[in-house]
Design a binder for this molecule. Structure first.
Ligand code: ADP
Ligand code: MG
Length: 476
């Protein structure tokens, strides 16, 4: 009895499975659909042109042997290729292509340096040499691990990045996807990993590229008909860093080509590092198969830096740039600018610029005026952190004590004053004010505000405290 095409293909698959890695099998063979077996021609459907080329290039010998074993010596293979006819196509059409036999003669170009005499490379990253190709890494030496301050906000991502840099392609973190809000240090960390790889493994080819640039290069490659060069170029990289992959959203062709680059690199043990403004589950407009690959390795997030980290970052930056600021000014900046590190650095830079231009010393007053202009929405608003700090300094009390549960009279009073100013000067809710002032609830905050108002009316020295603190806190 004749076997059905499904049965024949299932037998082929079981042979193939024993001859390729599990990863390759899943990537290149599982997606294949057996279509038809007529006379001795087996037709298989593959998801794209690239897929077909890949099979022809890498697996044709294996395929041929297996099929002959199943169908007989005169067996032939035919591909049915699903073509995308436009971006939003619901009805992909297929083309049929017979196996070419060329594959077995070709070099496995992936691991070979490109032969630039036959194949002039137009990729802007490549500076053709005699036979060697040197790839510009695009790494910014300032964005090193040494300059990347460690904090609670980045611990996991940082240490995973470091592990990857020590053993690119050799950890479970492949790809390593770093995600987090704007200005949280994704780009910096991505460069740091690349720089560290170059330090530990100088022979590895590292490439940093923004997703936007990758997309534009791809569009150019399509226009110039050299998509293959483009793909080969990227497949040659040992450590590929792609920044801001969320930019690929909705760009199906770019995602498609990136998918293939990704598969190749992953399969050959190369390291992929990605950054994104969202975790994979929240990335919209991305193909499922890409998203599922993003999740293969590790997704590590960067959070908004806490106060201590903000101060440490400012100090490091000042140290690196040889800037000296009165510590109250640096602290004021770190206390007031909470949104992200880019803003914090921006504020520092414009403060220095202003003081140099106007030949004025950097004072806390100048800092306040500048921040007033610099920080958009929160301009007029001091932060709760800052209020707590000023109140604690005023009463000469460690800030931890104020945030603790202690019910000592002086501490309770300082805490109530901090709550009072937080209510008066910020838009924070009573609940969140309570949270940050020793884990109290909103009723406690209300009670604190009343107590402070009452005391201000009845106790003269208390009123003086309040007035002095008000002056210290008010933005002029
Ligand atoms: P993102 O790519 O997440 O938007 P960036 O990596 O561009 O953020 O970071 C913004 C700025 O903040 C950069 O100048 C960077 O050097 C600095 N920065 C971010 N995180 C840190 C850190 N942990 N230590 C030191 N500087 C940092
Ligand atoms: Mg960035």
């Amino acid at each position: 009895m004749k076997k059905s095409v499904e049965e024949v293909w299932a037998n082929c698959l079981s042979v193939i499975k024993d001859n390729v890695s599990l990863q390759s099998f899943k990537t290149w063979f599982e997606p294949i659909k057996p279509v038809r077996l007529k006379s001795n021609v087996l037709t298989i459907q593959v998801p794209s042109q690239f897929f077909y080329e890949w099979l022809e290039e890498h697996y044709i010998e294996l395929l041929r042997k297996t099929i002959r074993k199943e169908i007989g010596n005169d067996a032939k293979l035919e591909y049915s290729i699903v073509m995308e006819n436009n971006y939003k196509s619901n009805n992909p059409y297929t083309v049929k292509i017979p196996t070419s036999n060329k594959g077995s003669l070709k070099n496995p170009s992936v691991n070979m340096p490109l032969d630039i005499s036959n194949n002039p490379i137009k990729n802007p990253f490549i500076i053709p040499g005699l036979r060697k190709i040197s790839v510009e890494s695009n790494l910014n030496p300032n964005y090193s691990f040494e300059n990347f301050v460690e904090g609670d906000c980045n611990r996991l991502a940082r240490s995973a990045g470091f592990a990857v840099a020590n053993k690119p392609g050799g950890t479970a973190f492949n790809p390593l996807l770093i995600y987090g809000g704007s200005g949280f240090g994704k780009t910096h960390l991505a460069h740091a990993i690349g720089i560290e790889v170059k330090k530990k493994h100088p022979n590895k080819t590292v490439l940093y590229v923004g997703s936007e640039k990758f997309t534009h290069q791809f569009i150019d490659a399509v226009k110039n008909n050299d998509t293959n060069d483009f793909i080969h170029f990227y497949q040659m990289i040992d450590v590929l860093i792609i920044d801001d992959v969320h930019f690929f959203a909705g760009k199906e062709k770019t995602q498609d080509v990136f998918f293939h680059v990704f598969n190749h690199l992953h399969q050959t043990g190369k390291q992929i590092i990605l950054t994104s403004d969202k975790p994979p589950v929240e990335l919209q407009g991305m193909e499922q198969r890409l998203l599922s690959r993003f999740k293969w390795g590790l997704s590590a997030d960067l959070q908004a830096p806490g106060l201590e980290t903000r101060i440490a970052i400012l100090e490091k930056k000042m140290y690196n740039d040889g800037i000296e600021l009165p510590s109250e000014v640096a602290e004021y900046l770190a206390y007031s600018i909470t949104a992200n590190i880019r803003e914090l650095e921006g504020a520092l830079t414009s403060l220095i610029a202003q003081s140099t231009l106007n030949k004025k010393p950097v004072t806390i007053d100048l800092a306040r005026k500048m921040i007033d202009k610099f920080v958009k929405n929160t301009a007029k608003e001091v932060s709760i952190d800052y209020i707590q700090k000023v109140v604690c300094d005023y009463f000469d009390m460690p800030i931890e004590l104020m945030k603790s549960k202690t019910r000592k009279r002086e501490v309770v009073q300082a805490r109530q004053i901090a709550m009072y100013f937080a209510k008066k000067m910020t838009k924070s809710s009573l609940a969140s004010i309570g949270m940050t002032c020793g884990g109290k609830d909103h009723a406690t905050v209300l009670h604190a505000c009343r107590t402070v108002n009452n005391l201000a009316e009845t106790d003269k020295s208390f009123r003086v405290y309040l007035e002095e603190l008000d002056k210290k806190l008010s933005v002029q």
